[in-house]
Design a protein. Sequence first.
Length: 145
Amino acid sequence: MLADESQTIALGQQVAAQVTAPAVLYLHGELGAGKTTFSRGFLRGRGHTGSVKSPTYTLVEPYESLTEAPVFHLDLYRLGESGELEYLGIEDYLTADGILLIEWPERAEGRLPEATLDITLVPEGSGRVARLRAPDPTLLQRLNA
């Protein structure tokens, strides 16, 4: 249970410390569930000190000056259909040996690679619950340590 925004940011920082590039993180949850808040924590955990805005209108916010690997924050909420990913240059991001944080990945189902980590944020009471799934069980073990 994540009681407030600071705990969602802390989870993002914790995940950032355990994920290595290249990686793809899916962020699921309804509007206002905390996907961008998690992303803010993740980017802070990777060394970004500036502001983090939702890429709802730009679709992609690149953070390429990070020391270990670039992070590309994508928000696919406004994607009309999955074929529009080609116009975004998704292949360039996938081959950049970076980390992709993808909000609303279900909008591009079948066009994205398997997630390294799949995160679902669900509002509960005054906070939220984070459900994490990964094909590599050692990643989940490290996150739960």
